[in-house]
Design a protein around this ligand. Structure first.
Ligand SMILES: Nc1ncnc2c1ncn2[C@@H]1O[C@H](COP(=O)(O)OP(=O)(O)OP(=O)(O)O)[C@@H](O)[C@H]1O
Ligand SMILES: [Mg+2]
Length: 312
């Protein structure tokens, strides 16, 4: 890529809500109700700040100063935590909840920094600047004179670990530092313009998150591995209807938890993308699913090791 990136290079695809596909994916996420609710409120307020003023008039007269301080928060939410825990999935689908709640269209611009951090000097900075510029321009078209915007935009900066390396870390590459600065400038620009635009950043490395990025986050949502109840919800969702008994599902729940001296269990993605497909493919093409085989497969399959936060 040379020169200024064009739109198609920048965003692999854009997603527009409401749409039934993200709606279904959002509904399938287990154990994230609190995250969904906080994220929806935060995004909805950017699109419709008058909603909070209406709330204050009705429920909390005299709260103008409080309302102001909520509305002045920078439009950034950080989703942080372990691998395969639903960060990208939530970021890619939450726009649907906002669009439905507010009765408007919401567009997501997804940008992954996964492979970008090691690119040419200046490339990440250029990408980020272009992404923010584009998001701001789209959002400006949707802003209305007063009250509710005509639509909303979300910029998703996924796999943002390169940006999570603290500016204080001596080892931090010059290019990464420039990237962090471009990111901060972009968030500030969207906020100062009071645009119906938000930034969602996903990272595995909360511990290394740059202090200036952290300070700007209106909210930091932490994602982890499923507990027993959440594993049960995922596994029962997959196998209950296929005739697995509650006791058989319990065996799967136990086999996918911390055990045999291993302090961690399966991630959500270990369950949905590795275990469940392995159980299905074990039976395919000649046999029906066999709950006993399913437990054996689970016991023989190790979970992904937790993401280790190393010093930046
Ligand atoms: N809370 C959840 N409930 C149900 N399924 C989940 C949940 N979280 C993740 N999954 C499953 O795991 C898959 C991977 O999740 P996702 O891509 O969101 O992980 P991530 O947190 O972004 O991980 P990484 O840090 O590796 O990018 C999803 O497509 C989904 O199938
Ligand atoms: Mg992800």
């Amino acid at each position: 890529m040379s020169g200024k990136p064009n739109l198609d290079d920048l965003f692999e695809r854009r997603i527009t809500y409401p749409d039934f596909e993200p709606q279904e994916r959002l509904a399938r996420l287990v154990g994230l109700d609190e995250h969904k609710s906080r994220l929806t409120k935060m995004l909805a307020l950017l699109v419709n700040p008058s909603g909070l003023e209406a709330w204050a008039r009705k429920h909390q007269p005299g709260a103008a100063a409080l309302v102001g301080s909520v509305l002045r928060r920078p439009p950034l939410v950080v989703l942080a935590g372990d691998v395969g825990s639903g960060k990208t999935e939530l970021a890619e689908t939450i726009g649907d909840a906002v669009a439905r709640q507010e009765g408007i269209d919401v567009t997501l611009f997804p940008l992954s920094l996964a492979t970008r951090g090691e690119g040419r000097v200046g490339e990440m900075t250029q990408l980020l600047s272009a992404a923010f510029e584009h998001t701001a321009a789209e959002a400006a078209k949707l802003k209305s004179g007063s009250g509710r915007a005509r639509g909303g935009t979300i910029l998703l900066v996924d796999e943002a670990d390169a940006l999570a390396q603290s500016r204080e870390a001596v080892q931090m590459h010059h290019e990464d530092r420039a990237g962090v600065n471009a990111f901060i400038r972009g968030v500030d620009r969207l906020g100062n313009g009071k645009l119906p635009a938000a930034v969602i950043m996903c990272t595995n490395r909360l511990g290394a998150l740059d202090p200036a990025v952290k300070r700007r986050a209106a909210d930091i949502l932490i994602f982890g591995r499923p507990d027993e109840i959440q594993r049960r919800a995922v596994l029962a969702g997959a196998f209950e209807q296929l005739g697995f008994s509650p006791a058989q599902i319990e065996r799967l729940v136990a086999a996918t938890g911390a055990r045999d001296g291993r302090p961690y269990g399966f991630t959500f993605s270990d369950l949905t993308q590795r275990l469940i497909p392995a159980i299905v493919l074990d039976a395919y093409p000649s046999r029906p699913l066999d709950p006993r085989r399913a437990v054996e497969i689970a016991e023989g399959m190790g979970p992904t090791p937790p993401f280790q936060e190393t010093a930046a």
